[in-house]
Structure formats: C-alpha cells, structure tokens
Design a protein around this ligand. Structure first.
Ligand code: DAT
Length: 174
C-alpha cells in the first residue's frame, strides 16, 4: 500500500483447525488483493514458539514475537492451535470471523488431515465447547465478532460473499 494512503481493514479469520480458515482466507485475499498472512505458517518459518501444548499436541505461540512481526499487516489470518486467539492484536483488528463446523464433518476433515487419538478428540471438544468463539468474545469487542457456519461449499461461498460485502462497506465508510 502506498505511503499516505488509507489503510485497509484488519480482518481475523479464526476457528478450530479444519473449519476452513486457510481456504476462506486465501480466497478473500485473492479477490481483494490484500496481504494474506497465515500466522501458523509464519510461526513455523520463524520458529515463533514458546513451549509445547500437551493438550492439543502442538507448539505454543510466542505471542510477543508474533505481535511484533504482524504489526505491519493489513490482512491477518490466524491459524490457531491451542493458544487460539489471545494474541494481542486487539487494537488493530476491525472484524473477527469465527468459523464453525459440525462435529461429524470436522471429525472427517481432521481424520483426513492425519489427526488421531487425543489430538483429534481435543480439537473436536474445542469445537463442541465453542472455545474459540468464547475466547474471541472475551478478547475482542463482542460487536466485532461474527460466527460463520462452515460445513458445506455453499456456506463457504456465502461466507466469502459476506466478508467481501463487509470489506466494501468498510472501504466506503473509511
Ligand atoms: P483450517 O485452515 O481451518 O485448518 P482448511 O481451510 O485447511 O481449514 O480446511 C480443511 C479442509 O476442509 C480442506 O480440505 C477444505 C475443507 N473445507 C473447508 N471449509 C469447507 C466448507 N465450508 N465446506 C466443505 N469443505 C470445506
């Protein structure tokens, strides 16, 4: 973005692994030309970890270093493991979308991804107890947090349309 031009909105797409963040986030960014940042991938590349989470069997994100790294971003896509959403991006986010998927569907997607045993069960429990939605509502102003169903390709299309419409409105009003 050129210097002096207005910034684009910061959008967080979050949800339990397998709910469709990567698919939807890539699609949105392609359509509108925003930077697309998959926080999970960047954390992996730069080793932005601080320990290991036994429950979800994944690395724990080093939130301070992640925040430093993403302070420049105009489009943020967060790939949660257990640490989910308590990244201190609060001040910079304009909207948060939490993707939700039914248990059976999510189970199949995660199994296909190679999850099994405790890791699979814990992630399904995470979705059943709407952990990420609750954490999002606690971490951000509830009015900017929106729940989106993500069970079928049609729902993915609807979500894409909703996000694109929101971006258009945001752009008009800024
Ligand atoms: P995440 O980034 O949240 O881990 P993903 O985008 O990698 O999830 O999607 C996981 C798998 O599920 C992938 O094979 C695409 C599929 N998928 C995602 N959202 C979907 C939807 N709304 N309907 C059908 N399949 C979907």
């Amino acid at each position: 973005m050129a210097e002096g031009s207005p910034r684009g909105p910061n959008i967080l797409i979050t949800g339990t692994p397998g709910t469709g963040k990567t698919t939807l986030g890539s699609e949105v960014s392609q359509r509108v030309g925003f930077n697309y940042i998959n926080v999970g991938d960047v954390a992996k590349q730069h080793d932005l970890y601080d320990g290991w989470d036994d429950k979800y069997q994944c690395p724990v994100l080093d939130e301070d270093r992640v925040c430093t790294m993403f302070s420049f971003s105009i489009f943020v896509m967060f790939q949660p493991f257990s640490y989910i959403i308590d990244v201190i991006l609060t001040g910079t986010l304009d909207i948060v979308f939490v993707l939700r998927t039914n248990n059976n569907e999510l189970y199949e997607r995660l199994e296909k991804r190679g999850y099994s045993g405790k890791k699979l069960e814990e992630n399904i429990q995470c979705e059943i107890f709407q952990t990420i939605l609750d954490e999002a509502r606690e971490a951000y102003k509830p009015q900017i947090v929106h729940e989106l169903p993500s069970n079928t390709p049609d729902e993915m299309e609807d979500n894409l349309d909703k996000i694109l419409a929101w971006i258009e409105q945001w752009t008009i009003s800024h």
